[in-house]
Design a protein. Structure first.
Length: 266
């Protein structure tokens, strides 16, 4: 056999041997990735949430965690406002998957309208007196809110924080003439924070961690407790996603998130 043919055969054998060795090494070292063996999350669709203004920070955190568990779900921008405003929008035909109210009265408007059934209570909250940092008006309790010259801002009575404030003040025998009535608790806190008011009644969760305001726990606050219900709407465009989010909020992870923002258990 010619020498060049011998060289060709030797080269071919050597190449084949190297390929077998490399293949063996690769096979021995290959490990399945953890994600490849884990079942893919099947939940997909979109999620639109209407929630009370006092829930904004906690629900933003909850939604972020929910999406980590269900990466195929697309979350539309949440609508945070006074519960009465949200209930009116839902009754008027707004396309919503989940409604979370700061009280049972506004949730009842939605369920009485046949738009949802069986809401679940998921949190509680109570009121505090919010004052600008360093409390320039020297507010010490509810009685000071009824004094002349003190500028007080409250939620409107149809809003849960307004209804709670009305009950709290009546229970303690204090009459207040508010400088303004706001449509959600965020607006009340903003005016206090900006120094446009000497005081305002807001939820304890609203002032938690806020370095621009001080909070005073008024007498009788523990007897006026707002209970927050949540429900998946009957006409939710993505019913499975809506139900899953409600289950998340009432479940252990959702409850831990809410507690970290100062909400009480239902």
């Amino acid at each position: 056999m010619p020498r060049r043919d011998l060289r060709r055969i030797a080269a071919t054998v050597a190449a084949a041997s190297i390929a077998l060795v490399l293949a063996g090494c690769a096979g021995a070292g290959a490990q399945p990735s953890p994600s490849s063996s884990a079942p893919a999350d099947a939940l997909s669709g979109s999620l639109t949430v209407f929630a009370a203004a006092s829930l904004k920070s906690s629900f933003d955190a909850a939604v972020a965690e929910f999406v980590k568990e269900h990466p195929k779900v697309t979350v539309e921008p949440a609508n945070y406002d006074g519960s009465s405003t949200l209930a009116t929008q839902i009754i008027g035909g707004a396309e919503v998957d989940v409604f979370a109210s700061a009280d049972e009265a506004n949730m009842k408007k939605v369920t009485d309208g046949g738009l949802a059934v069986d809401p679940t209570d998921f949190a509680t909250n109570t009121l505090v007196i919010a004052v600008p940092k360093d409390n320039p008006a020297k507010i010490s309790g509810l009685a000071d809110l009824g004094k002349g010259g003190v500028k007080v801002v409250l939620c409107a009575p149809e809003v849960p924080c307004g209804a709670a404030a009305k009950t709290l003040l009546a229970n303690e025998g204090v009459t207040v003439t508010p400088a303004s009535l706001e449509q959600n608790v965020t607006a009340v806190l903003t005016k206090v924070r900006n120094g446009e008011a000497d005081a305002g009644l807001v939820y304890r969760t609203d002032v938690k961690g806020d370095e621009q305001v001080d909070a005073i726990v008024p007498a009788g606050a523990d007897k006026v407790v707002n209970t927050y219900p949540i429900v998946a709407l009957k006409a939710a465009p993505d019913a499975a996603v809506a139900r899953a989010f409600v289950d998340f909020i009432v479940g252990a992870k959702g409850q831990d998130i809410l507690a970290s923002f100062g909400f009480g258990a239902p």
